[in-house]
Design a protein around this ligand. Sequence first.
Ligand code: HEC
Length: 106
Amino acid sequence: MKKVMLTAVLASVGLMTVGNAAPAEDGAALYMKKCSICHGPNADKTPIKNMKPIAGMKAEKIARILKFYQDDERIGHGYSENMVNSTVFLSQKAIDKIASYVSSLK
Ligand code: HEC
């Protein structure tokens, strides 16, 4: 009986860990798939001149910018069509996950 209980506790701890870790991993996976080709795997590359790397930028700011691009409302640096195409299919949830992941990079 004791053994069964312990197994159950361990299993739920395992589940909790997975549950907590998932959002960050999702953000990383999404970033790798959707953004890294232009912004670099560590978000420290710049796709165009006169732009700062996006790593470490505030999450709210990134989310807001992505939403602007998505709605095709941002002119930015004159190359915003790249970003419109990269954000058009993202859900708000995906945007938030990517934003918090990128902001955690340095
Ligand atoms: C096809 C290449 C490409 C992809 C893919 C791409 N970007 Fe960009 N990104 C750009 C370019 C080019 C700009 C500058 C656009 C402009 O003129 O406003 C930019 C601008 C940005 C900016 C604004 C930076 C600033 O200082 O103004 C952010 C934030 C950003 N990208 C994040 C992302 C994220 C997050 C993703 C993944 C969802 C992504 N980008 C995917 C090329 C890309």
